[in-house]
Ligand binder design. Structure first.
Ligand SMILES: [Zn+2]
Length: 421
């Protein structure tokens, strides 16, 4: 290690330590509204020992998501910590139910515990990158109503599946059980191991294994399996997950973000993969929120990596439906924030990875010739949205891995989280 790098690291440590303690402030929010108006409310604050997130690059994020959280100095306005995310609430706003029924959704965010009073601003944005709503509140670290760790549930049984290094210098991923009874704990650990093997079977994760820790957290459920509303089959599980989210049969999620984070008390974690004990195809991944997927399905190893592409990598779906244009989700006159889809044929965001003679749009018949191109169709739209490769883990389960653009996007994100400027 060079002296220059050592000095840079010392500088970052000082900056982090100047503003933050080595502990975590958990912020619980309610996001509520309907198609006409949205609101964000503070729902609770608590503290946990240890801060497992990044300690450098604190005031910015490479990806915008559909929402942001900024911790700032109330006197100077300087941003001290910044993170971005997407929410289930944003997705729900596009449903018919949001036209008629105001609803609320939980969200939980983790930030380093501030040494001094700070402002926290939470903002939600729509598909056009316009602000849906924004709220700001003050956090005084001496506030007696920040719940101490004594208020938290006991730490659940857990086991490290892979330890790439010290938690301070790696990305900590918790794999949480859902719908496994205490007697099925062994099965859960086997499924969690399969998930990690699937991840490292994909580039760039395989080459970056030293940058990740995977800890499997075996929170037992009272019932085995999860709720299937279309069959009137309701179950009591750790997260009360269910299919038919937004009345879409295969969309399996949990609205219980508070229960999810409660179940991870005492565990170092930054990203969450929930494995659901079910053999029915289903799941979802939401950027910087969670991946949730069924672990007993034959395509599990492909799906869990695809969903982690969403929740960790902020990657968009590269698939699209014939004759179906979801312009609400991806307006064709707006450049999406995800790194692997574009609406710009003149200046696609992966331009530097294109050979100069690449035809744009790139004909799919020539996909073998152009490993990276600008192929029309992506993010659910047949026209007006473009993907970087004909096939990719973000498009289908038949493909071996991520396309070169998705690989590079993940690699850059890992670098951002684990290395200095
Ligand atoms: Zn891709």
């Amino acid at each position: 290690m060079s002296l220059g790098i050592l000095l840079a690291m010392a500088g970052q440590a000082t900056e982090f330590g100047h503003h933050f303690c080595d502990s975590t402030l958990r912020l619980d929010y309610i996001m509520a509204g309907d198609i006409n108006s949205s609101h964000i409310f503070l729902d609770g604050m608590s503290v946990d020992n240890g801060w497992w997130g990044r300690r450098q690059n604190l005031d910015a994020m490479p990806l915008a998501g559909n929402g942001s959280l900024a911790v700032s100095d109330p006197d100077t306005g300087n941003v001290l910590y910044y993170t971005t995310f997407s929410t289930l609430y944003n997705e729900w706003l596009a449903t018919d139910e949001a036209l008629t029924t105001p609803r609320s959704f939980q969200n939980v965010f983790l930030v380093p515990f501030p040494r001094h009073t700070v402002n926290v601003r939470v903002t939600l944005t729509d598909a056009r990158h316009d602000t849906l709503t924004s709220m700001v509140h003050r956090v005084d670290p001496s506030d007696i109503m920040i719940a101490g760790s004594g208020a938290k549930p006991l730490t659940q049984p857990h086991r490290y599946i892979h330890r790439g290094g010290d938690s301070h210098s790696t990305i900590d991923v918790a794999i949480l059980s859902e719908g496994y009874t205490a007697e099925q704990t062994g099965q859960f650990y086997t499924d969690a191991t399969n998930a990690v093997n699937a991840m490292f079977g994909h580039e760039p994760f395989g080459s970056l294994r030293d940058k990740f820790n995977f800890v499997a957290v075996a929170a037992p459920s009272a019932n085995s399996g999860v709720s299937v509303p279309k069959n009137s089959d309701w179950k009591h599980t750790v997260l009360n997950s269910h299919y038919s989210t937004f009345y879409s049969d295969r969309y399996l999620t949990t609205p219980n973000l508070k229960l999810m984070h409660d179940a991870l008390t005492g565990i170092p974690y930054e990203h969450i993969i929930v494995l659901v004990n079910s053999d029915e195809y289903g799941g979802g991944g939401i950027y910087n929120l969670y991946t949730l997927t069924t672990a007993r399905h034959s395509l599990f190893d492909k799906v869990v990596v695809h969903e982690f592409g969403h929740s960790f990598g902020g990657l968009a779906d590269e698939y699209f439906y014939d004759n179906d244009v979801m312009t609400d989700s991806y307006p064709v006159d707006i450049e999406p924030w995800e790194p692997n889809v574009t609406t710009s044929t003149s200046n696609p965001k992966w331009k530097s990875m294109l050979r100069s003679d690449t035809p744009i749009p790139t004909p799919v018949e020539e996909a073998a010739k152009w490993q990276v191109g600008v192929y029309e169709g992506g993010a659910y739209s047949t026209h007006g949205v473009y993907r970087p490769a004909d096939h990719c883990r973000m498009r289908d389960n038949e493909t071996e891995g991520f396309c070169p653009v998705c690989c590079e996007a993940i690699r850059l994100l890992v670098q951002f989280y684990t290395e200095g400027d």
